[in-house]
Design a protein around this ligand. Structure first.
Ligand SMILES: [Zn+2]
Length: 170
């Protein structure tokens, strides 16, 4: 299987679908998950969720440094703890090209999930890794970072959103 993903962009309605839990971690699931990394690197991303490539499974990958040892893959993740208060930082998204904006998120999180071997994992993260995980986790529920912008900022990106809508309509 040679998977070449295309990353879906706004306003593709598939980005708004709720993703479903993975029932069994098969070789196919492993391959489809690992194939998210090259798709993410090709667009210089630091995280990519399965629904962004049209696979509506609760799966995402993260790598905030780009180093191989920092690759993280999560299957059926749950955020079990959020703490440390909110902090604001500029985000972008491979599904929203040309848009950036500050989003408030919790500083620290704990995530439980399953790794590619089907073993339970628990990870505590803070800072950029926590932010990236929360951003990707949102994708599994059809939430985009633009939904979390301030009303003023949301107003300021309206023109760019309309451009993306027009491009999609062609
Ligand atoms: Zn995103």
């Amino acid at each position: 299987m040679d998977l070449q993903y295309t990353i879906l962009t706004y306003p593709d309605p598939q980005l708004r679908q709720i993703s479903q839990p993975v029932e069994e971690i098969t070789d196919e699931v492993r391959e489809k998950t690992l194939a998210l990394f090259p798709a993410m690197y090709a667009d210089n991303g630091i995280g990519l969720a399965a629904p962004q490539v049209g696979w509506h499974a609760r799966v995402f990958v993260v790598n905030v440094t780009g180093k191989p040892e920092d690759e993280l893959a999560f299957i059926n993740p749950e955020i079990t703890e959020r703490s440390g208060g909110l902090w604001s930082f500029e985000e972008g998204c491979l599904s929203l090209p040309g848009i950036r904006g500050k989003v408030k998120r919790e500083r620290k999180i704990t995530l439980k999930g399953t790794d590619l071997e089907g073993k339970p994992i628990e990870l505590s993260a803070d800072g950029l890794v926590a932010r990236c995980i929360l951003h990707e986790f949102d994708h599994l529920d059809g939430i985009l970072f633009i939904d979390r912008l301030s009303p003023a900022k949301r107003q300021s990106i309206k023109r760019r959103l309309r451009e993306l809508e027009a491009e999609a309509a062609v």
